[in-house]
Design a binder for this molecule. Structure first.
Ligand code: TXA
Ligand code: MG
Length: 317
């Protein structure tokens, strides 16, 4: 039995309209991957540059060959182990995937998202969904319905409400070049974990001069309030100027700052919890209209690497 919400989402998508969908990572702005009309609407609503390709979300591994071809053996192994889940594989594209989806590249990013509502929705549809994060271009990715609505205002599409996202950070993106495996974007699944699973080195390709994955563009995922990594000197200078300072800390509060302007990512020091809270706290701090936000540097292992990467990009001016 399909719920009313899924029926509504299905109807909209079948009519080439957009729907914001929940995933385990962040909310996606979804449209029919085979409809150029729907895909155009996504680029327009996000204000996304047309050279930044979209991820195709499929209902199961069995569907992979519909959208990709000449798939390397390691990709099948990864899909079997991690799908549904926060891993996007960049593979050679099938012709039926419109060029607008892949920004005219011959590759396509594919994943099976892990959220029960979105999996039921995909099951009910006879086409896959493209879904970039459901935020305006370069802004913070949404991890709940309210973020999507805040990002798009009155232009907000219908949101299939699946509650807060479980992981709260984007999927990890891998690509294949000859026998090499490339990491295009840090995400929920760490490079160490994926590399250990494959028994193979993964080559970081995230800061390449030629952005094969525009997630590589440095300035990205930013709040409107300027964000800096914490350092004593800058903090003292900001205090002397009586600036209104926000804090994004890992475990401990800062005794010199109004508690209302602080967010603690994980009092117990869990990087997974920190990832889940990251975008929500950035939204909340941004809404306070502060002069600047100082973010603490987190341990850079496991999912901490992806958190660091997002904060680093948010700090680029
Ligand atoms: O967790 C996620 O992946 C979320 C949820 C909604 O699934 N989606 C997401 O989409 O983060 P988006 O559009 O915000 O980021 C997609 C990233 C971009 O950096 C894009 O450049 C890269 O994937 N990408 C997509 N197709 C690619 C391709 N063919 N080659 C290289 N990079 C690609
Ligand atoms: Mg995004």
């Amino acid at each position: 039995m399909q719920s009313k919400a899924i029926k509504k989402a299905k109807e909209l998508l079948e009519n080439e309209k957009l729907v914001a969908i929940p995933t385990e990572t962040v909310y996606g702005l979804a449209g029919n991957a085979y409809s150029t009309t729907a895909v155009k609407k996504i680029y327009e609503l996000k204000g996304r540059p047309s050279n930044n390709p979209l991820i195709v979300h499929i209902k199961s591994r069995a569907y992979l060959d519909e959208v990709a071809q000449n798939i390397p053996e390691q990709a099948y192994r990864l899909a079997e182990k991690f799908w549904p889940g926060p891993l996007t594989l960049v593979l050679e594209k099938q012709d039926r995937v419109p060029d607008i989806v892949s920004a005219h590249k011959n590759t396509v990013g594919v994943r099976v998202p892990n959220h029960p509502l979105t999996l039921s929705l995909l099951e009910a549809l006879d086409f896959p969904l493209v879904a970039p994060s459901a935020n305006t271009s370069n802004h913070i990715s949404p991890t709940c319905k309210a973020h999507v609505q805040a990002s798009f205002g009155e232009k907000s599409p219908y949101v299939l409400d699946g509650g807060p996202c479980e992981s709260g950070l984007e999927s990890t993106i891998l690509g294949f070049k000859g026998s090499e495996i490339l990491l295009y974007r840090h995400g929920v699944l760490s490079k160490e974990l994926l590399s250990a699973f494959l028994g193979q080195k993964i080559v970081e390709h995230t800061h390449a001069a030629v952005p094969e994955s525009p997630g590589m563009f440095l300035k990205h995922y930013a709040p409107h309030t300027p964000l800096y990594f914490y350092d004593d000197k800058a903090f003292k200078a900001a205090q002397e100027q009586n600036l209104r300072i926000g804090f994004l800390n890992f475990r401990a509060t800062n005794p010199y700052i109004n508690p209302e302007n602080q967010r603690i990512l994980s009092p117990l020091g869990s990087l997974e919890e920190a990832a889940k809270n990251l975008y929500r706290f950035l939204y909340e701090l941004d809404a306070l209209g502060l002069d600047l936000i100082f973010a603490e540097q987190l341990p850079s292992h496991g999912i901490g690497r992806a958190i660091h990467d997002k904060l680093y990009r948010a700090s680029q001016k």
